[in-house]
Design a protein around this ligand. Structure first.
Ligand code: 5GP
Length: 211
């Protein structure tokens, strides 16, 4: 991807749609162009998760004091735990010349869209309903009631995402999904209003070429 205007990109999806994998693949394939914002959370680390890499693992006091000092761009309660996007993560990524990817839920995504007009929002969809049900069922060994609830929640999340986000991208084959998201970001970088607002390219040509 060429150098260009920088902005945050919200990546959200209903559960079971693999948005974390898509964000990681974008960054892996192009580390000098993309970085992933590391969220803060009060949920305990799982498996091999590392503090400062997968999340900033905070206790409730630390989290709420950052809320009070205005340190989050958005925060939400997800599955009984606090999650939030530290302002510093996004500012730091942009100042290093990166497109900053926010792998966050729909509540957080909507909050970002209402406060940061330059953000781009992309919602990932599963290939079809059967595949979604299959992915949600194969996740754990829970009873039928819990699986039904998870399917209902996923359906609700998808409906909300489809109403609110700028772009809807199907995540069927990972490489195709990553290349579509890359193309969206590249096209967004070429939007005239972004270039007018940010770029020396516009300043160089606007008002005529001096001989
Ligand atoms: P998990 O605990 O499985 O890593 O994440 C649970 C949910 O919280 C996922 O939907 C994830 O995208 C969302 N999430 C992660 N970080 C943030 C954040 O900073 N803000 C919001 N609003 N949601 C987040």
């Amino acid at each position: 991807m060429s150098e260009g205007v920088l902005f945050p990109v919200v990546l959200s999806a209903g559960s079971g749609t693999g948005k974390t994998t898509v964000a990681q693949e974008l960054q892996r394939a192009n580390p000098e162009r993309f970085c992933i914002s590391v969220s803060a959370t009060t949920r305990p680390p799982r498996g091999k998760e590392r503090d400062g890499v997968d999340y900033h693992f905070f206790d409730e006091g630390q989290f709420l004091s950052l809320v009070d000092s205005g340190g989050f761009l958005e925060w939400a309660v997800v599955h009984d735990h606090y999650y939030g996007t530290p302002r510093s993560e996004v500012e730091h990524g942009l100042s290093r010349g990166r497109i900053v990817l926010l792998d966050i839920d729909i509540q957080g995504g909507c909050e970002i869209m209402s406060t940061l007009s330059e953000a781009v929002s992309i919602f990932l969809l599963p290939p079809n309903k059967d595949e979604l049900i299959h992915r949600l069922r194969s996740r754990g060994t829970e009873d039928e009631e819990k699986i039904k609830l998870r399917i209902q929640n996923a359906q609700y999340e998808i409906e909300r995402g489809m109403e609110a986000y700028d772009y809807l991208v199907v995540n069927d084959v990972l490489e195709e999904c990553v290349s579509t998201v890359t193309a969206i970001i590249k096209a967004e970088q070429m939007k005239r209003w972004r270039i007018e607002k940010n770029s020396s390219l516009y300043r160089a040509f606007h008002g005529g070429i001096k001989q």
